[in-house]
Design a protein around this ligand. Structure first.
Ligand code: ACM
Length: 698
């Protein structure tokens, strides 16, 4: 009995243990299903906050679409959803296996006007937002998750943008891109929650919008005698009559432009038209020379600000523009005015006297103020490039900061809004990878990682000023971008970095994670017929720039001849730059290349004591668009006492103008002993700049 009892007890224990194990396994299985997801959701831009599990809700052919919004919103959302891969049947009574979109104005405080929440469980996916825009963006998140993750992970997403303005500019003047191309880019912008498309519609290279009152703007100003901007720019810059056999270019009719505005609006994107003034206006002033100072075609880039007829013209043009584009903001350019004819133009001089304007900057400011009053009188506002600060900022203007960030910061300091698009981070016309692997670009080196690293709000800005940073914009200037395929290669994937800079909070940003998501996005874009840069084949920066170099002259004192100083704007850190061990990358403006403009460089390095030396050399860069050339002659000499020098070599080089970025070492190899090294480099027939990063002594 006792034995039986013991056996029985043991048996029970075993049974209990079995049950325990089963229970534990079940619990583990349940826990497995609801395990917290640690990976970032594979969507761009990264949402504000996610609390997700590993379990995924998968939409299938039985899933139903439920839209709880006012009828007209529902119709618009349905029409949009039908244009996406989410072609679900609609059934407002569906309680499970559903994708629900619910609009509730009371949610505004928690989700902002563009924000949304997504809640996912076994019954399906629910998107909630205070506005139609919020629902639209929630839908973009679902679309990307479904495509990239196979479904939506259970849990919640709460999301809203960091900045209200998330823009892309396309320069359709330097090369014309047609309506269908623009629509295709609008589709992608919507996917990545970008909401402003700035069209640079006018510039010397072509006027791209039909203006009924001034037909010559497009009959002549929209066409030129060569399809490629670079050839045209370097060979006479002639315009051509529409329909003539030499006419290359194009323009949007007002009907085209209205179609684009509507297409963009359906995707929650505002098109901001830019009409350049007072400069970049050669095409307008060749079509209508009477609005330039001398009334001669082909002579001037700037409007005559002294002539009241100029204002009548500009206001008539802007009136038609505002009829077509409902945007709250109209961009009026304002950049890079040469102002060359104003000092000698009697009407401009008369205007300056009458208005007590001290200089031509104030004359430009007069024009911007007067145009602002006109635009404000129609209930709209102006945006201008940061030069509109010169001579006094118009009272209600928003500044688009491109020459660095100073303009934008100055604007917010004085209570104005600023859109940040500094060249160093946002000019997507620069090379995004090793230049020898890419078609010709304007220059520079702006890889995805650098764009992604941009923070539009410096830490030094207080909260009130920071709130005036309206947003960020990527700019696609098209001088060197002649085809749609090339333009897409320049846009993608870097605009996705702009999207995340504009939408996501710094806390959720991490480049290595973004890079993974961008690789997925590139594949998606390719599958949809876009031509993105092949991010997985990125070569990266010039290898020499990747790590500091140790050599005999590193950290040693260097003296510059007063006749050949470096240029302050390209000092690369000053007197130590050529012996700091830091090598330059693909970009002459990356802070490692030192630039000389006055005919050459002439420096002496003091090693501190005599050393045996086997080689002395330095790399130079050549990129002809910004007039940076190889030296025509390099002389290297050494000395023990800094008085008597022995010349080791003189190298003569035939400088040839070309289209490629190149690097070349000018050096000497041999055996010598010396304490002082003199390195002299001279420019050749093209003069221009010399750029050198380090004098390496071994
Ligand atoms: C500009 O790049 N000129 C605005």
């Amino acid at each position: 009995m006792y034995l039986w009892k013991i056996l029985h007890k043991t048996n029970k224990k075993i049974q209990n243990m079995k049950q325990l194990i089963i229970l534990a396994t079940t619990l583990l299985m349940i826990a497995g299903c609801t395990q917290k997801r640690t990976e970032q959701l594979n969507v761009i831009p990264a949402p504000l906050s996610t609390d997700l599990q590993t379990k995924v809700f998968v939409l299938n052919t039985d899933s139903r679409l439920v839209i709880e919004t006012p009828t007209e919103v529902k119709e618009r959302l349905l029409a949009y959803i039908l244009s996406t891969p989410l072609t679900l049947a609609s059934d407002d009574a569906a309680q499970s296996n559903r994708l629900l979109l619910r609009m509730d104005a009371k949610l505004e405080n928690t989700t902002s006007t563009e924000g949304y929440t997504i809640t996912t469980d076994d019954n399906g996916i629910e998107i909630e937002a205070a506005t139609e825009t919020g629902l639209f963006y929630g839908l973009q998140t679902v679309l990307q998750a479904v495509e990239n993750e196979g479904g939506m992970p259970h849990g919640t997403i709460t999301d809203r943008p960091r900045f209200a303005y998330r823009g892309m500019m396309i320069d359709v003047s330097r090369h014309f891109f047609d309506k269908e191309f623009i629509k295709k880019q609008i589709d992608a912008m919507a996917r990545y929650k970008m909401n402003r498309l700035h069209l640079h519609l006018t510039d010397a290279a072509g006027w791209r919008l039909e203006i009924k009152k001034y037909p010559r703007l497009t009959q002549l100003g929209a066409w030129r005698d060569h399809p490629l901007w670079k050839v045209w720019w370097n060979s006479g810059r002639l315009y051509a009559e529409e329909g003539s056999k030499n006419a290359h270019g194009g323009y949007y009719t007002q009907e085209d432009a209205r179609e684009l505005v509507a297409y963009a609006a359906e995707r929650h994107i505002t098109i901001i038209p830019e009409i350049e003034m007072p400069a970049h206006s050669e095409e307008a002033l060749t079509a209508y020379p009477e609005y330039s100072c001398t009334h001669e075609p082909y002579k001037q880039a700037d409007f005559c600000v002294g002539n009241d007829a100029t204002f009548e013209f500009l206001e008539n043009v802007l009136s038609e523009v505002m009829e077509i584009f409902p945007s709250e903001y109209i961009h009026i350019g304002g950049d890079e005015a040469g102002k060359a004819s104003w000092p000698t133009c009697p009407l401009c001089q008369k205007r300056m006297k009458e208005e007590r304007l001290k200089n031509v900057n104030e004359l430009q400011s007069y024009l911007i103020h007067r145009i602002e009053r006109f635009i404000n009188s129609k209930g709209r506002k102006i945006i201008g490039w940061d030069e509109i600060l010169d001579g006094g900022l118009a009272p209600n203007a928003t500044v688009m900061s491109w020459r660095g960030t100073e303009g934008g910061l100055k604007a917010v300091e004085s209570g104005h809004k600023a859109i940040m698009s500094p060249g160093t981070y946002c000019y997507l016309d620069q090379y995004q990878d090793a230049p020898h692997t890419l078609p010709e670009a304007i220059g520079g080196y702006l890889p995805l990682k650098k764009v992604y690293g941009y923070n539009p709000v410096p830490d030094t800005l207080d909260a009130e000023k920071a709130s005036l940073i309206y947003g960020v914009q990527g700019n696609l200037w098209a001088e060197y971008i002649p085809t749609p395929e090339h333009m897409e290669m320049m846009i993608y994937p870097r605009i996705l970095a702009i999207s995340e800079v504009g939408w996501s909070m710094p806390e959720v940003k991490e480049y290595s994670k973004f890079h993974k998501r961008a690789l997925t996005a590139v594949e998606h874009l390719k599958s949809k017929g876009y031509n993105p840069f092949e991010l997985d084949k990125e070569v990266g920066n010039r290898p020499e720039a990747e790590k500091p170099l140790t050599h005999l002259a590193k950290g040693k004192k260097i003296t510059y001849s007063p006749r050949a100083p470096y240029f302050d704007g390209y000092s690369a850190g000053g007197d130590s730059a050529l012996t700091d061990g830091i090598r330059g990358g693909w970009n002459n403006n990356d802070g490692a290349w030192q630039g000389f403009i006055k005919g050459g460089a002439d420096v002496t390095i003091d090693l501190g004591k005599s050393y045996p030396i086997n080689s002395i050399g330095a790399d130079f860069m050549q990129i002809c668009n910004p007039e940076i050339f190889m030296p025509a002659q390099v002389t290297i000499s050494v000395s023990q006492d800094n008085e008597t020098y022995e010349e080791l070599t003189t190298i003569n080089h035939d400088v040839v103008r070309d289209d490629v970025l190149s690097f070349k070492n000018f050096g000497w190899k041999g055996e010598t002993n010396a304490r002082y090294i003199r390195y002299q480099a001279k420019t050749g027939k093209f003069r221009g700049w010399l750029f050198v990063d380090e004098i390496v002594v071994e």
